[in-house]
Design a protein around this ligand. Structure first.
Ligand SMILES: Cc1ncc(COP(=O)(O)O)c(C=O)c1O
Length: 360
């Protein structure tokens, strides 16, 4: 049996979700006539206390629609150096929009007002025009951390006072809400736009949403068309998201408890270090002692024993819990990590399964 902890994107739709998809009422969404897409857009906009929303194919597309709505060529956006937009979107900010990313630092993939202030450039012909501040919630490379409402609001207020726009990459926004005990509207109150993913912890086969003002979303909708993301009978997949909002939100707490459990079990493994107390949601990072081998070698050795994780740095591995793994699975996975590290894996060839998250 394989225990797949590479990402929460590996889940398969449940029978209930598939039934909802099969029964969805559909129409031509590019003409605004898909009732299921329309219902999902209205529901998510209301849930976040925003005016409008547009359904997108992927989280990457949702983020890029936000950049489309806020920026033009020659602008720059500010983002944490571990941000998904800067690491894992194929350079789309530059390729699609002519926008550069400048990086802020801070613990757990988050930053604060002082970091923002330090990054602000004077208005001068030499510089890019700073236009947008992007926050990620939860943070992916930052280790699944949750922005506090206060910190997010502080950063948003400062950004707005500086004349900047704000975007939250909320690929795992519902994880943040469940873990932090926040409502989606309060977590995103200071944001001009928010993207959320249905294909991560919520367990859908695809789909994201960009939410914001009517004007920004109208602009984003145009960008979606330009990027080839305007769809037809998309209600088939939008139905999975409506189903997930009804059935898969509260259960995220189980994924968080399983991640914590995994981290606790790994604490007992000689040769790895893990910050179990820092696990807030469904992402666990742990580091293997360089004397034992590299993160990539350990990931390859684990894969041979049926435990799949990504190596995300020279010594680092990432494990993500989700709908399709339970407590017994994470306990078994930690046991196998202990066995593999104990037996030694330094002669394992790194590589094997493709790893989009490797830092090398
Ligand atoms: C924080 C974050 N933003 C955006 C995305 C992009 O989502 P997608 O893979 O659907 O394009 C991901 C994917 O893992 C992510 O973790």
């Amino acid at each position: 049996m394989v225990i797949d902890l590479r990402s929460d994107t590996v889940t398969k739709p449940t029978p209930g979700m598939r039934k909802a998809m099969a029964e969805a009422e559909v129409g031509d969404d590019m003409l605004g006539e898909d009732p299921t897409v329309n219902a999902l857009e209205a529901r998510v906009a209301a849930m976040l206390g925003k005016e409008a929303a547009v359904y997108a194919c992927s989280g990457t597309q949702g983020n890029q629609l936000a950049i489309w709505a806020h920026c033009r060529a020659g602008d720059e956006l500010l983002i944490h150096h571990d941000g998904h937009i800067t690491w894992y979107e194929g350079g789309a900010a530059a390729v699609v929009h002519g926008v550069t990313c400048r990086h802020l630092s801070g613990p757990g993939g988050m930053f604060d007002v002082a970091d923002l202030d330090a990054a602000i450039l004077p208005v001068d012909q030499h510089y890019c025009r700073t236009r947008l501040v992007c926050l990620e919630n939860t943070t992916n490379r930052g280790g699944g951390r949750v922005w506090s409402v206060e910190q997010a609001m502080r950063v948003a207020d400062r950004a707005h006072a500086l004349g900047l726009r704000t975007h939250m990459d909320g690929a795992r926004l519902m994880n943040a809400c469940v873990a932090g005990g926040y409502s989606p509207a309060e977590v995103t109150a200071g944001m001009d736009t928010v993207s959320i993913c249905f294909s991560k912890g919520l367990g859908c086969p695809m789909g994201s949403m960009l939410v914001g003002t009517r004007a920004d979303i109208a602009q984003a909708r145009r960008g979606r068309k330009v990027m080839g993301g305007a769809l037809r009978q998309a209600g088939i997949v939008a139905a999975s998201a409506l189903y997930a909002l009804d059935h898969h939100v509260e259960r995220l707490a189980e994924d968080h408890a399983n991640a914590k459990r995994l981290a606790e079990c790994l604490t007992g493994v000689d040769g790895v270090t893990v910050d179990a107390g820092g696990v807030q949601t469904n992402i666990v990072h742990f580091d293997v002692d360089p004397a034992r081998g590299t993160g990539a070698q350990l990931a390859a050795a684990l894969a041979r024993r049926g435990v799949k994780m990504y190596s995300t740095g020279p010594q680092r591995l990432r494990a993500v819990t989700h709908l399709d793994v339970g407590r017994a699975d994470v306990e078994r996975a930690a046991e196998i990590v202990g066995e593999v590290v104990g037996e030694g894996f330094a002669d394992t060839a790194a590589g094997g399964s493709a790893n989009p998250y490797s830092s090398r």
